[in-house]
Design a protein around this ligand. Structure first.
Ligand SMILES: [Zn+2]
Length: 40
């Protein structure tokens, strides 16, 4: 166990939920910046 707080937020395109990435990424389909998503 390296870090108990190693939860990485998922970023996704608001228009294309299948497009996911990390902070600063842009959607290759529409060019929008990915927004933070919380998955549970
Ligand atoms: Zn998109």
């Amino acid at each position: 166990m390296a870090n108990p707080k190693s939860i990485v937020a998922t970023y996704a395109c608001p228009m294309h939920p299948e497009v996911i990435g990390k902070e600063g990424d842009k959607c290759p389909k529409c060019g929008m910046k990915l927004v933070k998503m919380i998955e549970n």
